[in-house]
Write a protein that binds this ligand. Sequence first.
Ligand code: ADP
Length: 225
Amino acid sequence: MIRTIGLTGGIGSGKSTVSSLFAEQGAAIIDTDDIAHRLTRPCGIAIPAIRAEFGDHYIAEDGALDRAGMRALVFADAAARHRLERLLPPADTRQAETELLQAGTAPYAILVVPLLPQAPAFRRLVQRVLVVDCDEATQLARIIRRSRLSEVEARAIIASQTPRAERLKLADDIIYNDGDLDALADQVGCAAPQLPAKQRLTICWEYHISFAPNNPTTKHRATTA
Ligand code: ADP
């Protein structure tokens, strides 16, 4: 199986932006959010299991998951959220595994896992966990700017996700995305833009780079000049 980095982070932390930057360097990107959407669209392969667990009420007329209804349910009812979490990650993981096997000639893959990065089903697919992190004020501002949610709604989504401190404990490596897009690109660009792309990828994989050279809490620091 292709070498795989699990990329996670809270909503608005910058996962999609970071994964696009990795894609520019040739990494294969597999996003479990996209997979979950595909599995729960009309006739998606997760629909029968959701119907069996929750009844017809959460399946829309076109046969897709009623996302708004399910979102409201799992927000209000932690037990329902756990039931859904027991169903979806295994289905998402099976699909992710299939896509990783088909990743072709890419030197490595980034498996984007927005939700439940601690789930054993995902952990067994990745060799390293990379967390994209930013402070909560930045996160809130980005969510509100992107989606026009209110601050209360944005805070409620953050509160429903894995807590920041817990997520950081999962990290082998951390990208601190509190700066601008150039600062982010520098971190993902392996701080060695003069190298040929292939070499950069190898360096990236080995993490002989500093994702955040000036941050004393960076877990992995540069070992190359
Ligand atoms: P996620 O995938 O984690 O939800 P995104 O990558 O979609 O987060 O980023 C959230 C929003 O913040 C997007 O509109 C993105 O363009 C913007 N963004 C991400 N990183 C930066 C940055 N370093 N500087 C400015 N805007 C950023």
